[in-house]
Ligand binder design. Structure first.
Ligand code: URA
Length: 285
């Protein structure tokens, strides 16, 4: 006989993709959740797959359907649910899955590039929580060309607004007469970190693109386009372990800051976006 295990309703709602515990608590407080046709109260427990749980009279799908999307956020879009100033929202660029998707982390209004949307709270936590040290790599176009001692400070730490901001890695990718393109890797989650580091060292950032999150690369995805992550990509991020062998140590890295005259325009090549398909359950589980 199968053993039936009950779990707190709020946990069930969170794991089926209805937001943070707090958001799920609110759904219950607002009387929007029912269990077996009775309006749910706080603290009750449910048996997944047996009890019938509804939100706004719509049954919650179990096992949950998880969606994982990579969006190339264009600049001039806000990562938010709404905006009093009516600016364009990244969520409106996504295909309609009839499920509430949440951004796993943030990019600021003028920043472009890779951002993941999902309804999988565990996955979001893995990607966005600084404790998990998932590296995020950016291309930053900065005013003027920083010298090596300035780039050193990016690694050893820059004090800004009572915070110490540090990059895991920074390299000069290419230079023009007035600007440099820096490849910057961060593991922390400090708000507007690259822009603040640029500003604080006298090299304001004029363009910022996030190229990758862990092993997940933007590739040929065009601004405004999204695609589903493959099962392999989801699994790889879920199990991500920073590969120390791939990244040299901070002290060593500083002396290695070097110019690479790679052309960054490969990002602009166009390919067709795949059709979006739903991912049932969390891969690799
Ligand atoms: N650093 C920034 O300055 N902005 C972002 O959006 C992300 C990192």
């Amino acid at each position: 006989m199968n053993k039936t295990v009950d779990i707190p309703l709020v946990r069930y709602l969170a794991m089926t993709g209805h937001g943070s515990r707090r958001a799920c608590d609110e759904l219950i407080s607002n009387g929007r959740v029912s269990v077996n046709d009775t309006v749910a109260t706080h603290g009750i427990r449910v048996i997944p797959g047996k009890d019938i749980i509804c939100i706004d009279n719509e049954p919650v799908e179990y096992p949950p359907v998880f969606i994982y999307l990579l969006l190339n956020k264009p600049k001039g879009y806000l990562v938010s649910d709404s905006d009093p100033e009516n600016r364009p929202l990244t969520k409106d660029l996504l295909p309609d899955f009839k499920l509430r998707l949440f951004p796993a982390g943030r990019l600021d209004f003028q920043t472009e590039g890779a951002i993941i949307y999902t309804n999988d709270g565990l996955f979001t936590n893995k990607i966005a929580h600084p404790r998990n040290n998932i590296p995020k790599t950016y291309l930053a176009k900065v005013r003027n060309i920083p010298d090596s001692s300035t780039l050193n400070r990016w690694i050893t730490g820059i004090r800004d607004n009572n915070q110490i901001l540090k990059a895991m890695d920074v390299q000069i990718e290419k230079t023009t007469r007035q600007n440099a393109w820096l490849r910057v890797t961060l593991t922390g989650g400090v708000n507007r970190q690259v822009r603040r580091m640029g500003q604080a060292t006298g090299h304001p950032v004029v363009k910022l693109i996030r190229l990758s999150i862990g092993d997940l690369n933007l590739g040929n995805l065009q601004p405004g386009e999204s695609r589903e992550l493959t099962r392999r990509e989801i699994k790889s991020l879920m199990n991500y372990q920073p590969d120390h062998k791939r990244t040299s140590k901070p002290g060593k890295r500083n002396s290695e800051v070097r110019k690479i005259s790679k052309n960054i325009s490969h990002r602009r090549r166009r390919t067709r976006n795949d059709n979006h398909k739903k991912t049932k359950n969390r891969p690799g589980q």
